[in-house]
Ligand binder design. Structure first.
Ligand code: ADP
Ligand code: MG
Length: 390
């Protein structure tokens, strides 16, 4: 049954007729979201996959090992959907050396990491901001800080837009989608906040997907709407306790199915097809959970194997063992960085690196004689297997 999800507000911009879409508040109504049948089955299998991911994650001795890699991988992929060309290696190398040849793109990814961490901290603090438009504005400010660079333009960090924007096309008149006029944005966001904190009995996993669509439809910022809207999913899943540790990240799936992702967003507006979106989103959740499980298992195997190998190595030192434990959350290091991490002298840290190089854990990647950079190569491969672009 067709369903209306909003109204069009017609105006004239530079002599052209523009139809800006103003969404109705959530939840989907008349009819309500059709939960029975395929959606219910897809939700059950996505939740089963998430439960398996939780178990796989609990095998790894330290959740931070995961979090570090998963968060950066998500940051790279969500930025790649936006058009960034930075890779995970670019970002890790920058974190290890403060040097990069792609400063704009790498900075964008690092900004995302900062925005995510900030939002997480606020929500966790007793006196922090709740998950709200205000918090998303703060996250946006961190995300867009220093932007300009090669993409140019003033993107108004942290500020809700006061002008008409559009998606696809070169101007509102030929755009694929024209979001609400600026004077309708605040109200639409307030409705979204209210719904998020209300008591809608829909499954939280599904609710996070609906919130994402609504956020993209409102498109409250001049840029960064996709990244903040995907961040919203991550924060909601965590806030609602959909999984035990926050290690489900969807950007890889959205990127793999980018055309369908955009088509499904559009179809909610044009055909009222919330069900089609929800099925697509749940299949992305399941795919992302399966990816996460595979990565967790690979990391578990690899780190256990490398530890065993180091322990049985004749010249293993205590510093080398400690450094190995630090590598999952610092997969690229230099000698000065290792020395800082370990709190030990340069020569002792260099010796630890030497030992880890001998057993094949660390691989020199810079090809330089000085300022050498070492990577936990197999770990990075385990984190990004089958994803050449990351
Ligand atoms: N047809 C559409 N309808 C609604 N939202 C869309 C549509 N196509 C793309 N989007 C969303 O808009 C985002 C791009 O908006 P933008 O503000 O440039 O965000 P970012 O800079 O983070 O990519 C996409 O990532 C997607 O989430
Ligand atoms: Mg953009």
């Amino acid at each position: 049954m067709p369903r209306t999800t909003g109204t069009y507000q017609v105006s004239t911009v530079a002599g052209e007729t523009v139809r800006a879409f103003v969404p109705m508040a959530l939840p989907p109504d008349r009819p309500r979201l059709h939960l029975e049948g395929p959606i219910s089955a897809a939700c059950t299998s996505a939740m089963t996959a998430i439960a398996r991911l939780d178990i796989a994650a609990s095998l790894v001795p330290n959740t931070h090992w995961f979090l570090y890699g998963f968060v950066r991988k998500e940051a790279v992929l969500t930025s790649q959907i936006e058009g960034t060309e930075a890779t995970l290696r670019d970002v890790l190398e920058f974190e290890a050396t403060a040097r990069t040849s792609r400063i704009d793109d790498v900075a964008e990814v690092c900004n995302y990491v900062e925005a995510l961490n900030h939002a997480r901290d606020e929500i966790a603090k007793p006196d922090g901001l709740p998950l709200s438009t205000r918090l998303l504005c703060n996250a946006h400010r961190l995300l867009i800080q220093g932007a300009g660079g090669h993409r140019g333009g003033d993107k108004k960090p942290g500020m809700i837009r006061t002008s008409q924007n559009w998606v696809g096309g070169t101007r509102p008149g030929n755009a694929r989608f024209v979001p609400p006029p600026p004077d309708a944005v605040r109200r639409a966001l307030a409705d979204l906040d209210r719904w998020i904190h209300g008591h809608d009995p829909l499954p939280p996993l599904i609710k996070a997907g609906l919130a994402h669509v609504q956020f993209e439809t409102i498109h409250p910022f001049l840029d960064g709407n996709g990244r903040i809207g995907r961040l919203l999913i991550t924060l909601l899943l965590e806030h609602w306790g959909v999984m035990k540790s926050p290690i489900l990240y969807l950007s890889h799936s959205f990127k793999r199915h980018q055309r369908e992702y955009y088509d499904r967003l559009s179809a909610v507006r044009t055909d009222g097809d919330w069900e089609g979106w929800t099925l697509f989103y749940l299949s992305c959740v399941e795919e992302a959970a399966a990816d996460g499980i595979a990565v967790a298992e690979r990391i578990f195997e690899l780190t256990s194997r490398d530890r065993g190998q180091l322990m049985s190595h004749a010249s293993a030192t205590v510093a080398a063992i400690r450094l190995l434990d630090l590598l999952p959350s610092n997969p690229m290091v230099t000698a000065p960085k290792a020395s800082r991490l370990l709190g030990l002298t340069g020569p002792t840290a260099r010796k630890a690196i030497e030992v880890l190089k001998e057993i094949g854990v660390l691989v020199e990647t810079s090809g330089r004689k000085r300022d050498r950079v070492y990577a936990y190569h197999a770990y990075l491969q385990a984190l990004t297997a089958n994803e050449g672009c990351v």
